[in-house]
Write a protein that binds this ligand. Sequence first.
Ligand code: GLC
Length: 418
Amino acid sequence: MSRIEAARAILAANDRGGYTVPTNRLYPFQWNWDSAFVAMGWATFDFDRAWREIERLLEGQWEDGLVPQIVFHAPSEDYFPGPAVWGIARTPPTSGIPQPPVLATAARFVLERHGEDGIARARAIYPKLIANHLWWQHARDPDDTGLVATLHPWETGMDNSPAWDAALERVPTETQTEIRRRDTGHVDAAFRPRGVEYQRFIHLVDLFRGTGWDAVRMLQLSPFKVADVGTNAILLRAERDLLALAERFGTAEERDTIASRIARKETVIAGLWDEPLGHYLTRDLIGGGLIPVRTSAGFLPLFAGLHDHAAALAERIDAWRRRGIGLVPSTDPDAASFEPQRYWRGPVWAVVNWMIARGLREAGLDATADSVASETRRLIGDAGFSEYFNPIDSAGIGGGTFSWTAAIDLLLGEEAQR
Ligand code: GLC
């Protein structure tokens, strides 16, 4: 089987009928940002299936515009916390928090490749994307600061990043829900978030469920509240892609609204740059201040089109490469909190690399973009379509046959041909 066939076979094997599970057993439902990347992967060989991925994710959208982190299309005992813990009576059941909003970027990507034949599908999706971006504004930035708030580490997709450690300390470890982790039955506990982090994750779910998933009360009550540089950068990128869709499908008023959100976000995200650390950082919205941990999320303003510090960011990546560190570690390898095997505390994630490489390329830093892209391909080529990779010894870790890793391999494989 060729490499392309192998990647396609993973998407096909993880297809559960119009939606793709991240991997068998460990993640048996539809995840929000996974599906956005996976839709782009499907678009390299099956447009209908690419649109289906997005449409099925949007089956989980709430009336207020939230596109949830997980859509529980079919029951499974393999994952905790399942629908009963979230306590959200919807069909299909969903979780009650968002994930990084890559969706408008994915929809634009699929449409541009599909061309005229994709217009009807994109037109039908467009109002739902508009509603989703309004949700971010109303639910997570009601004061119009330009930065959206994150209330749960799971919302960032980077569950146990050391950037959350100090802010998470404020979250009590008591839970109303009995914790029955399933992940550590599927993969080694040493590679997963720690038990105490899990207690805090579930404490927050219990708290939010207690508000009846009321967006206003969640924002008021949450003891964890940050302006994540990753989520905000991805949202700014998505706003630009939504504007491109609005040029075709929207009204002048919609375009103006999106354009003014973009202008505001450009200014405030630029303010997440920290000169002493030479990196973009997350802001702690309860304690104030920028959180002094360099993570891979801090490269994502490049993907958002902010190029002021592109050369400095590229130089950091180049320096890691010269030291033989696998690109791009999710946490700075020189940080005290760096752990090369533990999930978002060090390992390399292909989807993040794809966004960083794209941002570098758009900033005109082709050589560094090429190293990030070719490193990603090397890791996948050597270790397989793993969930994530150890930047020190290049081992593949977590779930094998991972959908978004396969999707990124298809995208980077094509880009390498050009
Ligand atoms: C983990 C990751 C998250 C991803 C999900 C499914 O929770 O941290 O980013 O979306 O798994 O792959």
